[in-house]
Design a protein around this ligand. Structure first.
Ligand code: ARG
Ligand code: ZN
Length: 878
C-alpha cells in the first residue's frame, strides 16, 4: 500500500462509530429513472463514541430531496450536503429520528452497486459500500439496525416485491400500484440489505428445521427458466440440513429466498433471507449446464446460505476482518462439498485452485495478508487470499487443535458473539479458550503475506535406526513486508515402509504425530526404530498452505504415488514428479537441448486409466498434469510462456504415445450410455473420459481429434458437448471450426451458453485468438455492460490464456489495458478485476515484462482513473 495515497484506510485507525442506528424504515417508490427513497433512521449517540461529535453520513453520488429531524424540516444551512456526504455539525445529544429523502436512477447505474436494473428487474448489491448509493447512512459493518422496508411500484411491471426478513403486509393501491412491507427482526449491517422487484417466475418448496419450524423456500428466476431452478432448490435444502448436522446451526426466518439475476458483478451475495445470485450459479438443466456448473451451483448456494451464521448473525467489525466471514464460510462450503461428494477429490481441486490463483497472487505485486492492515479500495480485497487462504488458515487451526476442540470453539463463538460485529482476535480467542493453547504465533497467518517455503532435508542413519526430518521455513518478502517471522505450520506426515504400509512414528521413545507443529525457523524431528530408509509422505492432505521443497527423490515419490494411504499425497507425488520434469524440460527447450523421455511418469499416470480403478473422479485428477501457470510459478522468474506451453504439449504427446492402447480403451469404456445424471460418480466418469481424450488428441493427433469430434457430434448432454468443443478448440483443425460454428448456431441465443462459447475461444492457445476475441466483441450477443459476457470473453483471455495474453508482441497486454480503460467509468469493479491478469507480470522474461509495464504505465497515466483501477495499477507497478 502506498503511504501517500490519501484514500488509504488503516486498521490501526479504527474507531467505534460516534452514533448508532437502531432502526431503519425505508420507503422505496420504484421508478425506472427516479426512484424515491425515504429513510427514517432512529439514531442515538454511541456510548463508546466521542461525546461532541458531528454526525457524518456517507453517500455515493446521491441527490438529496429533503431531510428532517424529529419531524422538523432541516434547511440547507443546517446541513453540509454533497453527493458523497450529509453532515450535521450539531446533532441532538440524545436519541432522535432523522428522515432523509433521496432520488436515485437505477437505469443509469452501470456500476451494478446500489440499486440497479438487470434485464428490467430492480435489484441491489450493497456489499461492500453500495448502500450509500441508495441513501446517506453510517455505511459500516459495525452499525447494526433492524430494517422495515416498504416497496411500492407498478403492479404490471413489478408483480414481485422482495426485501429482507419476513413479509409483514401487502396491499393494492389501485391504478396499477401496489406495495409490500418486509420486516427483518435480526439487526444487520447495511451491506446485507437487499431489495428485488420485477416480473419473475418462482419455484417453491419447504424445509422443516431441526426444531420443527417450517421455512418457505423460494427461488426466483426469469419466466420460462423455472425448470432450471430445481438443482438450486435441492442444494438449498441440502445446505440447511448440513449446517444443522455439522455445526448445529438452524435457519431463523419464515422464508429463505434466492433470486437469479443476469447482471451481477460477482458470484452471489448473502443478503439476509434474500440471497441474490449471478444466474450462472442458479440455472441448470442437462441441456444447458455442465457437471462443473452443477457442482458450482451446489457449492455457491451452500456458501451463501452458510453466511447466515458466519457473516450475518455474526458479522465483521470492519472490512479488515473480511476473512472472518469469507475464509470461514469458504471452509464451511468446502466441508459441505466434501461430505456431499468425494473428500479427496474436493481437496485436490481446492489445492489446485489455491496454487493457481492464490499462490500466484501471493508471489506477485498484489500480495497482501489474509487480514490486510490498509486498503485504498475495499472492493479489490475480495481476493483468493482473503477467501481461499483464509479458508486454509481455518483448516490449519482445526488440524492443529483437533476436530473436537474446533467444534467446541465454533460453538463458543456462535454462543458468545451472536448479534455482534467481531474481529479475528475475538474469533481466535474462542479456540484459545477451549484448547488451552497460545495462539499468539498462529495469528501471524493473518498478518504476514506471502507463501511460506518449507525446505525438507531427510537423513537415514542405518546404524542408529533413525530417520531425521529437518524442516526450514522461510516466507519471502512481499510489498511492505521485507522480513517475516516463523509461523505455526502443521506438518501432517507418514513414513511409508518398503511394504507400502505406514511405519509407527516414535519420537523420544514415545508414539508421536501424525501432526507436528513447525514453529521455529528450523525444526528437526528424529524418528526412532526405522531400520531402512522410508519414503516420507509430507504435508498429507495438504496440511498447510506452503510451498514444499524436499529432497524426497522421484523414485520415492513414484513409490508413494502407488502406495501412500493418503489419497491427496498419492496425487501430489505424481504432480511433483511431473512438475520437476516440466521445469527441467523448459530449461532444456530454451537452451535447445534434447528433452529426456519419462516412462515412469507415464506409468504412474497410466494407473488412472486401469479398468480396476473405480474412483474415476480421483483418477481424472491423477491424469491431469500441472497447469502451465504452475510451471511458470515454479520457475519464478524470466518466464517464457511459449516455452512452457510447448514443453507441456510435448510431454502430453509423449504420455499419449506410451499409453495409446489404455487411453483408447478407457475412452470407449467410459462412453455415455444411459440418461444424463449430474451426480458425482457420473461426473467423475465423464471427467476421466475427457482426460483420456485430451491426451489422445495431444498435439492435434488426427485419430484423437476424430474421436473428440465424434463425441461432439453424438453428445446428448451439455457436459460432453462443451468438453469436446474445448478439446477441439486447442488445435487448429477443420473440425474445430465446424464444431464452433455448429455450437453458435445451436446455442448462441442462450446467454449462459454463449458465455461457454466465448470462454472456449478466448482461451485457445492459437495465434489468431486475439483477433477473434476482438471480432467477437463487435458481434451480436456481446455486451460490455454485462459482467458475465466481459468475464467470459475478455477475462478468460486475460487470466486463462497464458500464451496469447503474453503474446511476444505485447498486443495482449495492450488489449486488456484498453478494455480496462473503457470499463473504468462504466463498471470500475469489473475493470479492476480484469487487471488481475497482470498479477504475475514481474516474473516474465525481460521483453514481455517491458511490454506489460508499458501497458500498465499507459493506464496509470489516464485521467479520471477510478479508485478501483488506480489502486490495482499503482500496486501492480508498486
Ligand atoms: N459476500 C459475497 C460472497 O459471498 C461476495 C461479495 C463481493 N463483494 C464485492 N464488492 N466484491 O462471497
Ligand atoms: Zn462469501
Amino acid at each position: 500500500m502506498r503511504a501517500e495515497d490519501p484514500r488509504t484506510i488503516r486498521l490501526d485507525e479504527y474507531r467505534p462509530s460516534d452514533f448508532l442506528i437502531d432502526t431503519v424504515e425505508l420507503d422505496v417508490r420504484l421508478d425506472p429513472t427516479a426512484t424515491r427513497v425515504t429513510a427514517r433512521l432512529a439514531i442515538r449517540p454511541n456510548p463508546e463514541g466521542r461525546a461532541d461529535a458531528a454526525l457524518t453520513l456517507v453517500g455515493d453520488g446521491l441527490n438529496l430531496v429533503a431531510a428532517s429531524i424529529d419531524g422538523a424540516d432541516l434547511r440547507p444551512d443546517d446541513l453540509d450536503v454533497s453527493p458523497d456526504q450529509l453532515k450535521l455539525a450539531n446533532p441532538p445529544r440524545g436519541p432522535f429520528e432523522l428522515t432523509i429523502t433521496t432520488i436515485v436512477d437505477p437505469s443509469a447505474n452501470t456500476r451494478l452497486m446500489g440499486l440497479y436494473r438487470s434485464n428490467g428487474a430492480y435489484c441491489t448489491q450493497c456489499e461492500a459500500e453500495g448502500f450509500r448509493r441508495i441513501t446517506y447512512f453510517l455505511d459500516r459493518p459495525d452499525v447494526l439496525a433492524v430494517y422495515t422496508t416498504r416497496i411500492e411500484g407498478s403492479k404490471a411491471e413489478n408483480p414481485v416485491l422482495l426485501s429482507n426478513g419476513n413479509l409483514a403486509e401487502t396491499g393494492d393501491l389501485g391504478d396499477d400500484r401496489h406495495f409490500a412491507v418486509w420486516h427483518d427482526p435480526h439487526p444487520k449491517p447495511s451491506y446485507l440489505f437487499a431489495l428485488v422487484a420485477g416480473d419473475l417466475g418462482v419455484v417453491e418448496d419447504e424445509f422443516v428445521t431441526m426444531s420443527g419450524r417450517e421455512v418457505a423456500l423460494k427461488v426466483f428466476v426469469e419466466h420460462g427458466k423455472e425448470d432450471r431452478a430445481t438443482h438450486a432448490m435441492e442444494s438449498i435444502k441440502a445446505s440447511m440440513r448440513w449446517d444443522e448436522q455439522a455445526f448445529g446451526r438452524e435457519y431463523d426466518l419464515d422464508v429463505f429466498m434466492v433470486v437469479a439475476v443476469s447482471y451481477f458483478n460477482m458470484g452471489a451475495m448473502e443478503n439476509k433471507g434474500l440471497n441474490v445470485f449471478n444466474d450462472k450459479y442458479v440455472l441448470a438443466s442437462p441441456e444447458t449446464a455442465t457437471d462443473g456448473d452443477y457442482a458450482n451451483i451446489e457449492a455457491i448456494i451452500a456458501h451463501e446460505y452458510f453466511h447466515n451464521w458466519t457473516g450475518n448473525r455474526i458479522t465483521c467489525r470492519d472490512w479488515f476482518q473480511l476473512c472472518l466471514k469469507e475464509g470461514l464460510t469458504v471452509f464451511r462450503d468446502q466441508e459441505f462439498t466434501s461430505d456431499m461428494r468425494s473428500r479427496p477429490v474436493k481437496r485436490i481441486q481446492d489445492v489446485r485452485n489455491l496454487r493457481s490463483i492464490q499462490f500466484a497472487e501471493d508471489a506477485g505485486p498484489l500480495a497482501h495478508a489474509v487480514r490486510p492492515n490498509a486498503y485504498a479500495e475495499i472492493n479489490n480485497f475480495y481476493t483468493p487470499t482473503i477467501y481461499e487462504k483464509g479458508a486454509e488458515v481455518i483448516r490449519m487451526l482445526k488440524t492443529w487443535i483437533g476436530g473436537d476442540a474446533f467444534r467446541a470453539g465454533m460453538d463458543l463463538y456462535f454462543e458468545r458473539h451472536d448479534g455482534q460485529a467481531c474481529t479475528i482476535e475475538q474469533f481466535i480467542a474462542c479456540f484459545a479458550e477451549v484448547s488451552g493453547r497460545d495462539f499468539a504465533q498462529f495469528l501471524r497467518w493473518y498478518a504476514q503475506a506471502g507463501t511460506p517455503v518449507v525446505t525438507i532435508r531427510t537423513t537415514h542413519d542405518a546404524e542408529a535406526k533413525t530417520f531425521t526430518i529437518e524442516a526450514t521455513q522461510k516466507t519471502p518478502a512481499t510489498p511492505g513486508q521485507p522480513s517475516k517471522q516463523p509461523m505455526v505450520i502443521p506438518l501432517a506426515l507418514g513414513l511409508v515402509g518398503q511394504d507400502g504400509d505406514d511405519l509407527p512414528l516414535v519420537v523420544d521413545g514415545a508414539p508421536a504425530g501424525p501432526v507436528f507443529a513447525l514453529t521455529d525457523e528450523t525444526t528437526r524431528i528424529v524418528f526412532e526404530d526405522i531400520a531402512t530408509r522410508p519414503a516420507a509422505s509430507l504435508f498429507r492432505n495438504f496440511s498447510a498452505p506452503v510451498k514444499v521443497v524436499s529432497d524426497v527423490t522421484d523414485e520415492e515419490l513414484l513409490f508413494l504415488a502407488a502406495h501412500d494411504r493418503d489419497p491427496f499425497n498419492r496425487w501430489q507425488a505424481t504432480q511433483t514428479v511431473a512438475l520437476r520434469k516440466l521445469v527441467a524440460d523448459v530449461a532444456a527447450f530454451r537452451a535447445v537441448r534434447p528433452i529426456s523421455p519419462e516412462p515412469k511418469l507415464a506409468e504412474a499416470i497410466g494407473r488412472a486409466f486401469d479398468p480396476a480403478e473405480t474412483d474415476c473422479a480421483y483418477a481424472a485428477q491423477i491424469a491431469a498434469l500441472p497447469a502451465e501457470g504452475d510451471v511458470a510459478r515454479e520457475i519464478g522468474e524470466n518466464v517464457d510462456p511459449d516455452a512452457i506451453h510447448a514443453v507441456r504439449s510435448l510431454l502430453k504427446a509423449d504420455i499419449r504415445d506410451r499409453l495409446a492402447g489404455p487411453l483408447a480403451a478407457a475412452a470407449d469404456r467410459l462412453a455415455e450410455t444411459g440418461p444424463y445424471s449430474p451426480d458425482a460418480a457420473s461426473a467423475g466418469r465423464r471427467a476421466l473420459k475427457y482426460a483420456a481424450l485430451d491426451l489422445l488428441s495431444a498435439g492435434g493427433a488426427a485419430e484423437g481429434v476424430e474421436r473428440v469430434f465424434a463425441l461432439y457430434k453424438s453428445a446428448r448432454n451439455m457436459t460432453d458437448k462443451v468438453m469436446a468443443l474445448h478439446a477441439l478448440s486447442i488445435h487448429a483443425t477443420p473440425e474445430r471450426e465446424e464444431a464452433l460454428t455448429d455450437f453458435a448456431t445451436l446455442y448462441s441465443r442462450d446467454p449462459l451458453l454463449l458465455d461457454k462459447w466465448f470462454v472456449i475461444q478466448a482461451s485457445a492457445p492459437l495465434p489468431d485468438t486475439l483477433d477473434r476475441v476482438e471480432a467477437l466483441m463487435a458481434a451480436p450477443g456481446f455486451d460490455m455492460r454485462n459482467p458475465n459476457r466481459v468475464r467470459s470473453l475478455i477475462g478468460a483471455f486475460g487470466s486463462g490464456n497464458p500464451t496469447q495474453f503474453n503474446r511476444a508482441d505485447g498486443r495482449g497486454y495492450a488489449f486488456i489495458a484498453g478494455v480496462v480503460a473503457e470499463l473504468n467509468t462504466l463498471n470500475p469493479q469489473v475493470a479492476a478485476r480484469l487487471l488481475g491478469a497482470f498479477r504475475t507480470w514481474r516474473s516474465l522474461e525481460p521483453e514481455r515484462r517491458a511490454r506489460a509495464e508499458t501497458a500498465l504505465r499507459a493506464l496509470a497515466a489516464m485521467p479520471d482513473l477510478s479508485p478501483d483501477v488506480a489502486d490495482i495499477v499503482n500496486r501492480a507497478l508498486g
